[in-house]
Design a protein around this ligand. Structure first.
Ligand code: ZN
Length: 256
């Protein structure tokens, strides 16, 4: 006889949903953070309460996550807030900004808001807007996240990775056309960065722009020569060229 024994989470609250890279399986996946009651179950019938816990970034692909008992949350929040305060007092805006997401994972939205207020009052408007974007994103409001990142871009238009964050939020808010503008800018600010071009490629794909996809792929091959011998990549490029009625340009970087 097989005894099915395990545990599950019930009564979820303070839920954050996002797409991100899972730290357990390394894949991009939907991730969920929430507070819930953990119950041991026998044949899927909940039996034994195992206490309340904060589940952090539960991966929908591999089902693994990090967690903290709810009783340990106040101390963790205090510790994270204290670290943020140390950064703020030292004028290290990026350090403080880096802890905003951590506070959100701990369910401390108010404490995250206080860090952002202090950033703004301290004259770090760019970081404050980025932080507000992060908060909106974790709460699942991609349109608002995009507005906040756009405000950050108005503070500093020369930050390529910030434009990529904005473009990503715009794509998720179904505004690929607006995302394209920022990705083009990001590509001219950081021409050597293949990540920007990969994002540009998926934007052209969403827009159904064949020429944009072909040009970006050829540009990627020029910058990342290994792609010239990547069969999948080459197959995709040939298919796009056929569809667009374009001659595939001979690739000068292909191995002889
Ligand atoms: Zn995973």
């Amino acid at each position: 006889m097989v005894i099915i024994w395990g545990s599950r989470h019930y009564f979820r609250r303070d839920v954050l949903r996002e797409r991100g890279v899972c730290e357990h399986c390394g894949q991009e996946a939907p991730l969920e953070t929430f507070t819930a009651r953990k119950m041991g179950h026998l044949y899927y019938v909940p039996l034994i309460p195992e206490g309340h816990e904060r589940v952090i970034r539960l991966c929908r692909r591999c089902n693994r996550y990090s967690s903290l008992p709810v009783s340990a949350l106040p101390a963790a929040i205090d510790e994270t807030t204290a670290k943020a305060t140390t950064h703020l007092d030292a004028g290290e805006a990026d350090g403080a900004l880096g802890l905003v997401a951590a506070l959100m994972y701990l369910g401390a939205t108010d404490a995250a808001g206080e860090v952002l207020d202090r950033l703004e009052k301290g004259g770090h408007a760019k970081q404050a807007w980025i932080g507000r974007g992060v908060v909106a994103e974790k709460l699942g409001d991609m349109a608002q996240a995009a507005d906040h990142y756009a405000a950050a871009v108005r503070e500093d238009g020369r930050d390529a990775s910030l434009r990529c964050m904005l473009a990503d939020a715009l794509m998720q808010a179904d505004r690929a056309g607006a995302a394209l503008e920022h990705l083009r800018q990001a590509a001219s600010l950081a021409p050597e960065d293949p990540h920007v071009r990969m994002q540009l490629l998926s934007c052209f794909e969403t827009l159904g722009d064949l020429d944009g996809q072909i040009d970006t792929m050829q540009e990627l091959i020029r910058r990342v020569p290994q792609l010239a011998s990547d069969r999948k990549f080459q197959k995709r490029l040939r298919k796009l060229c056929r569809k667009a009625g374009r001659e595939e340009r001979p690739n000068p970087y292909a191995p002889v």
